[in-house]
Design a protein around this ligand. Sequence first.
Ligand code: APR
Length: 280
Amino acid sequence: MVERLPEFELTAAVDARIADAAGRVVDAEHVVALTGAGLSVESGIPPFRGPGGLWTKYGEPPLDGYQRFMEDPRAAWESRLSPAKEPWLKGLQETLRKAKPNDGHKALAELESAGQLDCLITQNIDDLHGQAGTRALAEIHGNYKLLRCLQCVARFGEDEVEIDSENLPPRCPRCAGLVKGDTVQFGEPIPADVLRRCFEEVTRCDCMIVAGTSASVFPAAAVPQEVLQSGGIVIEVNPLPSDLTPMATCVLEGPGGPVLSRLLHHVRRLAGPVGAEVSS
Ligand code: APR
């Protein structure tokens, strides 16, 4: 079991591999990124697995969260509205509230504004890609700041739904459907709208940048495999080997911040000043 992440050094060999990957991004028609918890580690949010992972430290949570919500939504909301009992959960909520986008999030947002990234699919619920300025964003596991109606799938900020602790669970202001947190719980189906968007993007994708994920949780882990099966290429950014590493076209071993910033540097160098060569 790896105890800590290897030190990263931008040697000439590593830089050459990043430059090669950048060339593939620039040459591609439709570029999509897939990110996971590892990308937010440099923002102070722990991953789930591997060194310092929440599940590594505290064990995997029960996998029936969604089932228990549907069995008793009032009780689920009462627990959501009461302060977290587990110290680690209280700590995580605090960390999420304080976290800021890091260089990895910013580099992906700049790749998009340079016309070199068409969509970003994230497994992260931490809202940091949105805060970094990414626009074409599909949050496949939801966003911790939002609420979602289970009937019409509309999403709301907390202040847009009447939450009365005497009258739980709250109802959708549009269709009176049942409302829950937008975060997708274990056992919960991925909302149809975001899943459809992901597979539309994957169908068009010939180059995928996969950063900070163990690529072990489905359906998100199927996404890079779909790209490879349709003849596309996959560029992996991860300081440690993942389930995807043996299949990836290019493996860039290192933390998301420095590696994606360097990838952006080379894309800009290769794409020319405007970087306006919209990839699709
Ligand atoms: N930069 C890039 N990658 C990193 C960094 C870093 N600084 N630090 C760690 N990593 C890598 C780890 O090596 C690991 O492969 O990020 C990955 C994190 O993996 P997980 O913790 O499994 O996170 P993720 O893949 O997003 O988990 C998928 O599982 O528990 C569920 O719903 C949860 O969305 C989550 C899903």
